[in-house]
Design a protein around this ligand. Structure first.
Ligand code: ZN
Length: 176
């Protein structure tokens, strides 16, 4: 399966508002093949999430998945909406496949409730916590033209990769 080229910061597609996926198109070969390619690209990079605009397709579709202790199942969200944010905020390091070589601390709500369609067009309604909640918010930001840098409240935490390894590597960093 071909991997897709990642749009990097500065590419205008990352700043566009993504349009919804037409329900009638979800089961088409085009969309199903695109989802498979998106997952393949995410795993190949590697990252734990990838949004369609990050491969220059401005539609409301994201994929994510992470193995391991703090992991979560492979998830495809089409036309997702966050319908509830928990009151508590958590701070995490984030990185992004569209932002090479940088990490930064982002504060986000620790719990979200999401409504979306899965890859077969079936409705989903679920709550996510921990890394899953962070990943969902990060990916959904890509659908409204935002990257994690826009969500940082303290820009002084921006860190380059070698310095991250040297000074901060004990902290976990999702690259989404
Ligand atoms: Zn990202």
């Amino acid at each position: 399966m071909p991997t897709l080229q990642i749009a990097k910061l500065g590419n205008p597609v990352l700043r566009q508002i993504a349009g919804p996926v037409d329900l009638r198109n979800i089961r088409t070969y085009d969309i199903q093949q695109f989802i498979d390619n998106l997952i393949e690209t995410m795993l190949d990079e590697p990252g734990i999430g990838l949004a369609a605009p990050q491969v220059s397709r401005s539609i409301q579709l994201v994929v994510m998945g992470c193995e391991g202790e703090d992991g979560f199942p492979q998830t495809v969200l089409i036309n997702p909406k966050i319908v509830f944010y928990g009151p508590e905020q958590v701070e995490n390091w984030e990185g992004c496949l569209s932002v090479d070589g940088l990490r930064g601390k982002v504060t986000r709500p620790s719990v979200v409730r999401v409504q979306a369609l899965d890859r077969h067009g079936k409705s989903m309604d679920f709550e996510a916590t921990g890394l899953y909640a962070v990943c969902i918010q990060h990916e959904m930001d890509h659908l409204i033209g935002k990257v994690f840098l826009d969500r940082m409240t303290d820009m002084s935490t921006i860190t380059q990769l070698p310095e991250f390894s040297k000074y901060w590597q004990d902290d976990p960093v999702p690259v989404i």
